[in-house]
Design a protein around this ligand. Structure first.
Ligand code: SF4
Length: 849
């Protein structure tokens, strides 16, 4: 998407009031301090990083007369300078007239939705001292574990605020937002190839793209690169999109499979069944039966070993780079025919068979890409495992399905030498989210290795494992962005003290006691981010493009430093000593004495291996801090596929269809909780028993609400314009919503199949209420063929009741549109601790109003 100058002027009318002085347009081509954008425009393109999603793309902003007026991709980036539409909206975020200008203090002790906090402005000194006093109270009573840090959108400078600050004050509770984001997406990769992170793909060489709910044009990761490559992909490869809704990517694909939400696991195992039963697997990667005869006969169990001519027992299948293909067949796949899967998935058996054949025909150039849509479901972990294992069957693992390369940066200095015995003991206490306990395995590499973000709300309400006394949240909005939003409202109402670091008042802020306004990502602060795209790992810098538009501090560096200074004055100096000892200016050796110095020195410290020339042999050549700021991004050399084969971080070092890695972790979890493994599955709300739990398999879908009372399955998606939940106070967001298939400008519509609409007597524009067991929201009807019958589809993001004059109908009182999280059931995907925002976990009924 591009915006011409006329559009910019028109749509920036609302923001012009922001700073009063904002003048977006250069008068003439003078002050050519940098590269010209277009003839006649002056200004300088300054490098920074977009924070609209976790693609963390390297971008640049055009700065004219101290104002940032335009965005583009960084030409040095791995995506070749491409961006998606969302960075443009960030301009209206930074110049948002509703940004908080100073710290605020609550004067109304009552808390709840619709309750006016009666905020009054206070100084930074008073705000920081208030938070520091709360921490000191916990230190004095040895209750520091009752402090909880919650993290939302972050940069890699989170190593300070999230990684070390809670430990330095004696809290085990650094609770990231990751459970609500995509953790279940990573489960399949971890327990097949030992990799827990976002993956990369060699799009240049993909010949069949099987997308599991991935709307690459619109959201998820590597969006600019996917947009750029889509035309080429369409020429060289087939694209099949599995999604209950006609997504932007599905609209461009060769095939759209409108699956019944939550049944992805059934489709994945049926595809695997066809590949094996028809002998279509990659023999070079997986291997073959020792006699060359395919024994994967439907409904037949295979003996794993046979006796050779010398009477020696040998494996019946000579497996090469994988482990457990025969076990997978015996345990799960042998009877998972397309005919079995068809009624479960709502898809045609012949089409499933065709897709399996097409996919397998592309061999090691076939990519099965698993997204949150297919995994962030109540029982979604194994769906992801089965779908990802398809890459193993065709041998595309570490060929077009990649982990990617790592990116150098300095390690976070150890905090241990700074901890007293009391504080060191306190951080060993159980984490607040109950990870690793009976009902919450959260198996990120070990029992309790993952985060269960939303469990924190229940912990607060139930005072289990203890009563939380102080919460500090940054760049998050838990009362809006997590399923069962009402549970968070109750939890935050109960919380004795909440300090919220945020650029805007949002729903969560309305429950805060102290509000700390922070600098905007991209434009007002230093930071860096690391990611991968187009086979290249990269580090992208953030730097101030403009002066902060209010009395703001940086969330991840300046605010913890200010807290450390305040704590030192009150008698606890460990955090300040740690910060000052370890984050001296790498160029001058100067000790930071102000928050501003600490902010700059800490970013220079972490990125030093990139700008001191020591990583030049690994990628781009950068030889000074100033050069990094100028170029904005360092890219590693393109990843060479094939390096990880037979050296995966799994128990067998192979790609595991039958996961020895998961078996070990699950047995440890069960033992730790005094359970049998089967009891552990049951406690985690999974139906599998025995060895089924070690392979990708189908699990029956959990839906909240009975079909008679709630006839429709609810499915949500992201807009191409969603900067997570934060673009909803920008006028451009609403004006351009029709860029999404089925979207309507300025509306928050529920997309209903015309057949269902006709049956219910609904037409476009009718006002409706969606009611689930969790709650209800109001919306408008959009009849749309892109919704599968029996399903209703709605975009996430609207329904803010407290997010500025544009985002809310009446700020603090009435939402604009409906927040999906008020009707999505408060539940978990427990194996990973993820939030089940997909998979049709909630049924709804439609009431005309
Ligand atoms: S994909 Fe994400 S990080 Fe990249 S430009 Fe778009 S919103 Fe920004």
């Amino acid at each position: 998407m591009s915006m011409n100058r006329r559009d910019f002027i028109k749509t920036s009318a609302a923001t012009a009031a922001v700073a009063g002085t904002v003048s977006f347009l250069p008068k003439k081509a003078e002050a050519k301090v940098g590269e010209l954008a277009y003839e006649g425009e002056a200004g300088k393109w300054v490098s920074t990083t977009c924070q609209g999603c976790t693609s963390w793309c390297a971008v640049q902003g055009l700065v004219v007369d101290g104002k940032v007026v335009k965005m583009r991709g960084n030409p040095n980036s791995a995506s070749g300078g491409r961006i998606c539409p969302r960075p443009h909206l960030a301009l209206q975020q930074v110049y948002d007239p509703d940004r908080i200008k100073t710290p605020l203090k609550r004067t109304n002790p009552l808390k709840g939705r619709g309750v006016d906090p009666k905020f009054v402005p206070i100084s930074w000194e008073e705000a920081i001292n208030t938070v520091a006093d709360k921490i000191m109270d916990l230190i004095k009573t040895d209750e520091t574990h009752k402090f909880v840090l919650t993290r939302g959108r972050y940069t890699h400078m989170n190593a300070i605020m999230y990684g070390t600050f809670p430990k330095l004050i004696g809290s085990p509770n650094n609770i990231s937002h990751s459970g609500t984001c995509a953790e279940a997406e990573k489960f399949g990769r971890l327990y097949t190839e030992g990799f827990w992170d976002y993956a990369d793909a060699d799009l240049n060489n993909v010949r069949y793209f099987l997308s599991w709910g991935w709307d690459g044009i619109a959201s998820n990761r590597q969006t600019p690169w996917f947009i750029k490559q889509l035309g080429m992909l369409k020429k060289q490869s087939k694209i099949t999109v599995i999604d209950p809704r006609l997504s932007a990517t599905a609209a461009k694909a060769n095939r759209w499979m409108p699956i019944i939400p939550g049944t992805d696991g059934a489709l994945a195992v049926a595809i695997a069944h066809v590949i094996l039963s028809e002998g279509l697997w990659n023999k070079d990667f997986v291997g073959d039966f020792i006699d060359g005869l395919n024994q994967f006969v439907p409904s037949q169990i295979i003996s794993e070993t046979v006796y050779d001519s010398e009477g020696k027992e040998v494996p019946v299948f000579n497996e090469k780079h994988t482990h457990g293909v025969v076990k997978w067949w015996n345990i799960e796949l042998n009877n998972r025919t397309p005919e079995w899967a068809a009624p479960i998935t709502g898809l045609d058996a012949n089409e499933i068979r065709t897709v399996a054949r097409e996919y397998a025909a592309a061999g090691k150039y076939a990519l099965s890409w698993v997204s949150p849509g297919a995994t962030m479901q109540i029982r979604g972990a194994y769906s992801g495992m089965a779908a990802h294992a398809l890459n193993g069957l065709v041998g595309s693992i570490d060929n077009v399905s990649l982990q990617g390369s790592s990116i150098p940066s300095a390690k976070t200095p150890d905090v241990k030498p700074y901890l007293s015995e009391q504080i060191a003991n306190a951080i060993k206490r159980p984490k607040v989210d109950k990870r690793g306990t009976k009902h919450f395995p959260a198996l990120k590499g070990k029992s309790g290795g993952g985060v269960i973000t939303q469990r924190t709300a229940s912990s607060i309400l139930e005072e289990d494992p203890y009563d939380v006394k102080v919460m500090l949240g940054y760049w998050n909005n838990l009362a809006f962005s997590v399923v069962g939003a009402d549970v968070w409202e109750r939890a935050l109402s109960k919380l004795p003290f909440l300090a919220h670091i945020t650029p805007n008042i949002a729903e969560m802020t309305m429950f805060a006691d102290i509000v700390l306004p922070c600098k905007m990502h991209i434009y007002e602060r230093y930071a860096f981010n690391k990611n991968k795209q187009n086979l290249q790992g990269y580090l992208s810098i953030q730097q101030p493009l403009i002066k902060p538009l209010g009395d703001y501090r940086t969330d991840e560096t300046e605010i913890p430093f200010m807290l450390a200074q305040a704590l030192a004055k009150k008698g606890y100096d460990a955090p300040l000593r740690y910060f000052q000892d370890n984050f001296k200016d790498p160029e001058t050796g100067k000790t930071p004495t102000t928050p501003e110095e600490f902010d700059l020195f800490a970013v220079k410290y972490f990125t030093k291996p990139i700008w001191d020339g020591s990583s030049n042999s690994l990628g781009d050549s950068i030889n000074s801090w100033d050069e990094l700021l100028e170029k904005g991004v360092w890219k590693g050399k393109p990843y060479t596929p094939g390096k990880k084969i037979d050296n995966f971080k799994t128990e067998s070092k192979k790609f595991e269809f039958y996961s020895l890695t998961l078996k070990k972790v699950m047995e440890d979890h069960a033992f730790k909780n005094d359970l049998s493994v089967d009891e552990a599955y049951e406690a985690a709300n999974y139906t599998c028993r025995g060895e089924v739990g070690y392979v990708g398999h189908y699990e029956p879908v959990v839906r909240h609400g009975d079909e008679a009372s709630y006839p429709f399955i609810f499915a949500e998606h992201r807009s191409r314009l969603n900067r997570e939940g934060r673009s909803q106070n920008t006028p451009w967001y609403y004006e351009m919503l029709s860029v999404d298939p089925g979207g309507v400008a300025n509306k928050d519509v529920t997309k209903i199949n015309p057949k269902d609409g006709k049956r219910l007597g609904l037409k476009d524009g009718d006002k409706i209420r969606l009611v689930s067991v969790q709650g209800s929201i109001e919306s408008e009807v959009k009849l749309w063929e892109g919704t599968r019958p029996g399903v209703v589809v709605k975009c996430y993001g609207q329904g803010h009741w407290a997010y500025g004059r544009v985002g809310s109908e009446v700020f603090g009182a009435k939402a604009r549109g409906g927040n999906n999280n008020e009707i999505l059931a408060y539940d978990y995907e427990r194996m990973t601790g993820a939030t089940p925002r997909h998979g049709g976990s909630s049924r709804v009924r439609i009431e005309k109003i």
